[in-house]
Design a protein around this ligand. Sequence first.
Ligand SMILES: C[S@@+](CC[C@H](N)C(=O)[O-])C[C@H]1O[C@@H](n2cnc3c(N)ncnc32)[C@H](O)[C@@H]1O
Length: 278
Amino acid sequence: MKQTEKYSPLHAQSSHALALPLALRDFTMMLDADVELTRAGLAAEGGSEKRAYVRTVFEEIAPRYDLLNHLLSLNIDVIWRRRALRALAWSRTPTGTFLDLCAGTLDVGAELNRQPGFAGFIIGADFAVPMLRAGAGKAPPERLGPVGADAQLLPLRDSSVDGATVAFGIRNVASLDIALREVFRVLKPGARFVILEFTTPRSAVVRTFYHAYFHHVLPFIGGVISGHRSAYKYLPKSVAHFPAEPELARRMTAAGFLAVKWESLSFGIAAIHAGTKP
Ligand SMILES: C[S@@+](CC[C@H](N)C(=O)[O-])C[C@H]1O[C@@H](n2cnc3c(N)ncnc32)[C@H](O)[C@@H]1O
C-alpha cells in the first residue's frame, strides 16, 4: 500500500512537473549569470555597452561600495587619495573651486575638505546618483556639492575650475579621450588635473600576487558581500584594458595638458598622473 502511494502516477507526475521548471529556472539563472559576465567582459574592453553597464553596476553596488572599497584595499586607497591631493597643489588657490570627477561616494572631496587650510568648494560629479547619495554627509554642503553628471559632458563653463581630480574612475569612462578633453575645457589656465588609477605592475613577482588577488580573492569577496558577481570580475579586466602609464601620459598630452608626469604607487599597482592646462 505504502509502495503504491509512494510511486503513484500522480506523485510521479507532480514531482516531474515540479522538477522541469526548476531545472529550467536553474538553466536560465546560469544563462543570466553567463550573459552578465559576458557583458562585464565586453564593458571592460570598452565596447558600446560600457557606459550603460558601468552606470548600472555602480548604481547597484552603491550601498556596499565604501565597505568593500576599504576592506578590499586594506585602506591603502586612503593614503593614495592623500598623495593625489598633494599632486593637485590645491594650496595655490585654497578658496578655489575644484572638480572631482567620477566622485562616487565622495571620498576624494571629503579628504580635500579635511586638508588644513582648505577653504574652497568641491564639485563631486558622477553619473551614478546612488553613489553620490551613499556619500552624503561626508562634508558640509557649503564645501562639497554632489552633481549627477557624465564625465564626457560636464555641466560646467569653460575655464571655470581651479583644479580637477579623478580617483579610480577614468578607467570606467567609455571614452578616455573625450573625458580628458572635457576636463581640459573646464579647467582654468594654470590649473592641474590629477588622475589616480590602478595599473598593472611590471615586476613579475608582484604581478603574480596581484593577479591572484585581483582575479580570484577580490571577485570572490566582492561578489559575496555585494551580491554582484560580475562587477568584481569587471574590475581586474578593466584595469588590464586601461592604458599603461606612458600611454596615459601621452593621451593627456594629446588632450592639451602640459608637463604631464606620473609616479607609481605601492609596487606599481596604482599610479598618479598630473598635468597642467597651459
Ligand atoms: C570605482 S568608483 C570611484 C569612486 C571614487 N572616485 C573613489 O575614489 O572611491 C568609479 C565611479 O566612476 C563613476 N563613473 C564611471 N563612468 C562615469 C562617467 N562617464 N561619468 C560620471 N561618472 C562615471 C561611477 O559611477 C563610479 O561611481
